[in-house]
Design a protein around this ligand. Structure first.
Ligand SMILES: NC(=O)c1ccc[n+]([C@@H]2O[C@H](COP(=O)([O-])OP(=O)(O)OC[C@H]3O[C@@H](n4cnc5c(N)ncnc54)[C@H](O)[C@@H]3O)[C@@H](O)[C@H]2O)c1
Length: 431
């Protein structure tokens, strides 16, 4: 094993040249049995050890031959241990997370940030993202962050601010808006943005699927534990399904329009089928219209009800043609008004892997990717859509951006009762 003092010296040089040197991190000695770090090893920490976080950690370990998972954090020990078991079985020596580096609890992420990691994966429910992002940037970590970026506007502003600080500090911020890392989508959206279907006149986008998973209450769980284990069903935790899932379709709409914000938004939504008292307070359908400056309209439909027809697509109409992006059928077709249709026939990739391949390559090159502005704007499209559905009002972008409503409780405690007020259009106010 390499001598720790020597290791620290050469690692410090490497981190400096890669723009990676962060307070404290480079000098923490590493003494885990069997782990032989070298001067350019990148140490990865995982915050939020659920399905997506475990997948992202796996992709980080495959993205770069010299990455090692060295710390994990979750609020639930059972989630963390399951994830650890799966990752260790799959990646062997690249998973070096001794018990002392497995942090559990509401402040587990903070302990992880202080444990000598270089890159963090933020994959908890979105309610916690602003706090996790802010502290990760303050601690000088490169970040892979899952979407959506926040559940309310004050939280989103914190994320935007943190992403801008990350840019100043030359830290990477790669977002989990995975379609932006998909080769077929990159090909078709670059054609749209470059005018191949003329001027865009309208966009339809859908995310119509079944309901989210739900876990039955256990006697030994406190109310807070039940709620946190069923986070997709609570607006304060997930942002509602338009933010937690359908945001992918809104992100593609935004992409087609060069990531310009709409002027005003109106629409409707409700909770008609998934109404059980153990099912939190989210809506189960949304129909939202986004009006842009030049008269372009974006029409969004999302639904999470079983037994209905499903669709997950974006259709872009332009003055010279039409583009279809069908995520369920993996179809990418441009049909011009004149001439032959085009269909993507190039290489297909695993977009989740590409996110990490490009993240780590950008760190190694010293030119870190920063998705900060557009990832917060795409999240904002979902938040304004939810505000419109909850209040029943037409809301301008400026009014929504001025919202002061904070949904996430301050200083969350396990013993806390967590109310789940139900929005009622026409009565619920924009705060
Ligand atoms: N980009 C995509 O395609 C995609 C796919 C799935 C999920 N996601 C996103 O990834 C995130 C996680 O989703 P998931 O499906 O993995 O959910 P999950 O429930 O499987 O995992 C979330 C994990 O975070 C833990 N957690 C909760 N609060 C925490 C906190 N304060 N600190 C640390 N850990 C905490 C939970 O205990 C759980 O283990 C969500 O934001 C979701 O929208 C993105």
């Amino acid at each position: 094993m390499m001598d720790n003092a020597m290791f620290d010296e050469s690692r410090r040089d490497f981190l400096k040249s890669a723009g990676l040197l962060t307070v404290g991190a480079a000098t923490i000695p590493w003494t885990v049995q069997g782990f032989s770090p070298n001067s350019d090893t990148l140490r990865v920490g995982l915050v939020g050890c659920g399905g997506r976080g475990t997948g992202a950690a796996s992709q980080a370990l495959k993205a770069d031959k010299n990455t090692v998972l060295v710390a994990m954090a979750d609020i639930f020990a059972d989630h963390l241990e399951e994830s650890y078991k799966n990752l260790a079985a799959k990646h062997g020596d690249k998973v070096q997370v001794p018990k002392t580096q497995r942090f559990v609890g509401l402040d587990a992420y903070r302990k992880l940030l202080n444990s000598g990691v270089d890159v963090v994966i933020l994959a908890s429910p979105p309610a916690f993202r602003p706090q996790h992002m802010e502290e990760a940037v303050a601690a000088g970590k490169h970040i892979f962050t899952e979407k959506p970026m926040a559940v309310d506007v004050p939280g989103l502003k914190r994320v935007l601010d943190a992403a801008r600080k990350a840019r100043e500090k030359k830290l990477a911020v790669v977002s989990g808006f995975c379609w932006r890392y998909d080769f077929p989508k990159r090909a078709i959206f670059s054609k749209i943005v470059n005018g191949e279907i003329g001027k865009v006149t309208s966009i339809l986008n859908t995310y119509n699927t079944g309901p989210a998973w739900q876990k039955d209450r256990k006697n030994e769980w406190s109310d807070a534990e039940f709620v946190l284990r069923n986070w997709p069903h609570y607006t304060w935790l997930s942002g509602d399904s338009i933010a937690e899932q359908a945001v992918h379709s809104l992100d593609m709409m935004s992409w087609a329009l060069g990531d310009k914000p709409p002027v005003r938004v109106f629409g409707t939504g409700g909770r008609q089928v998934n109404t059980g008292k153990e099912l939190g307070n989210i809506f189960d359908h949304f129909a939202i219209v986004y009006e842009y400056e030049n008269g372009v309209k974006g029409y969004h439909y999302s639904r999470k009800q079983s037994g209905c027809s499903n669709s997950y697509l974006v259709e872009v109409s332009g003055t010279k043609g039409h583009a279809l992006i069908d995520c369920m059928k993996s179809k990418h077709i441009i049909t011009p008004h004149e001439g032959q249709p085009w269909e993507y026939r190039g290489d297909k990739n695993d977009m989740y892997q590409t996110e990490h391949d490009e993240l780590f390559a950008s760190i190694r090159k010293g030119q870190p990717i920063n998705d900060g502005e557009w990832m917060t704007q795409s999240t904002m499209l979902a938040l304004i859509g939810r505000m419109v559905a909850y209040t029943g009002q037409t809301i301008t972008w400026e009014e929504a951006w001025a919202s002061k409503e904070v949904l996430v409780p301050d200083n969350l405690q396990w013993g806390q009762t967590l109310p789940a007020p139900m929005a009622v259009p026409g009565i619920t106010k924009l705060l």
